[in-house]
Design a protein around this ligand. Structure first.
Ligand code: ZN
Length: 349
């Protein structure tokens, strides 16, 4: 019997909780496709599924992993495309496809919305089963590493910059954690829509990356004067949009920099979950505080078209072989990464 290697989490823990197991190659059911993965890319969700997170119950045992690139190996009953052999990227947002929200295009607001690798087995595996709607042809311009690194972070960044932030030509937009997957994607998307961009990060190589991606300026948040420098960059009106995933450490200074009518958009809180704010300036200045998770599948398809044109390019920190996926997890957890951490599933010659 042909077997397929997966990494499964049975109990939360450190990298040692990532258990290699061999299972039979799964059969696609009605409406599903079987993808043989070449590469996968890590997100913070992978670390949460492995290590656990207070207040969230993951259905263990579970194969983590939301992002991936591979080849369609088999089609389930009733599925006509993509054809076997098509090179595809994984679209990580799962939804029912039938409800009012899904039919309106707001699939990320579906009551059953979930992320691959969070509620069903994900991409830390040689094979993954997916609904046929959760794959799209991989842009030829992106190699397997880059294609795997693209979906979740560019979808997240698009929703923050375009949908929630409503960035437009001339918008003054500040991106925190510029060298993270979401940060490096947000800078590119904001530049593409004509926004003026500045960024923060915590190391010289990360600040250089922000500038290379098109930020006018980049501030080290270890520098006690970074808010003064950001204010000088933004001008007297302040910053129109802040894109944040850091949370507790960046929330208060971000609000102080925010213009009248400004939007603070956040997709996570890697530095802590408790936010404290004085409500008065927020309503006096007509400001908005906007939470964001994932985004519309249609927006991801649009971002993939822009990647096909070379206008959006994921930043890759490093590539690890499948056997060393634990080290890849540690690299992401260390926050020393500049861009995405990729894991090569298939052996290369
Ligand atoms: Zn739905």
């Amino acid at each position: 019997m042909e077997t397929s290697r997966v990494v499964r989490v049975r109990r939360h823990g450190g990298p040692e909780a990532l258990l290699f197991e061999d299972r039979p190659v799964p059969e696609p059911g009605p409406g599903e496709v079987l993808v043989r993965l070449e590469t996968m890319a890590l997100n913070h969700l992978d670390l949460w599924v492995r290590g656990g997170i207070p207040g969230v119950r993951f259905p263990l045992p579970l194969v983590p992993g939301s992002d991936g690139c591979g080849t369609i190996e088999r089609l389930g009953p009733g599925v006509l495309e993509p054809a076997e052999g098509t090179r595809v990227v994984v679209l990580p947002g799962l939804s029912c496809g039938r409800c009012r929200r899904c039919l309106a295009g707001d699939d990320n607001l579906c009551a059953s919305y979930a992320i691959l690798g969070e509620t069903r087995d994900g991409t830390s595996a040689e094979h993954v089963l997916l609904p046929a709607a959760n794959v799209a042809p991989a842009p030829p311009r992106l190699d397997d590493d880059a294609a795997a690194a693209f979906p979740l972070t560019f979808l997240t960044a698009w929703n923050m910059v375009v949908r929630k932030g409503r960035a437009a030509p001339g918008t003054r937009l500040l991106v925190h954690a510029a060298a993270s997957g979401v940060g490096s994607a947000a800078i590119q998307i904001a530049r593409l829509v004509g926004a003026r961009v500045a960024a923060t990060a915590g190391a010289p190589a990360k600040l250089d990356l922000a500038r290379r991606l098109g930020a006018d300026d980049a501030f080290d948040y270890g520098d006690p004067d970074w808010t003064a420098k950001a204010r000088a960059w933004a001008g007297s009106e302040g910053i129109d949009v802040v894109v944040d995933s850091v949370g507790a450490a960046t929330f208060a200074p971000s609000l102080r920099l925010l213009a009248r009518g400004g939007r603070y958009v956040f997709c996570g809180a890697t530095s802590g979950f408790e936010l404290q704010a004085d409500f008065r300036p927020i309503f006096f200045k007509n400001q908005e505080i906007l939470g964001s998770t994932m985004g519309r599948r249609a927006d991801l398809l649009r971002a993939l078209e822009l990647a096909a044109d070379g206008k959006l390019v994921p930043v890759i920190d490093g590539v690890f072989p499948f056997a060393r996926i634990g080290e890849a997890h540690e690299r992401l957890a260390s926050r020393r990464n500049v861009g995405k951490v990729v894991v090569r599933i298939a052996p290369r010659d």
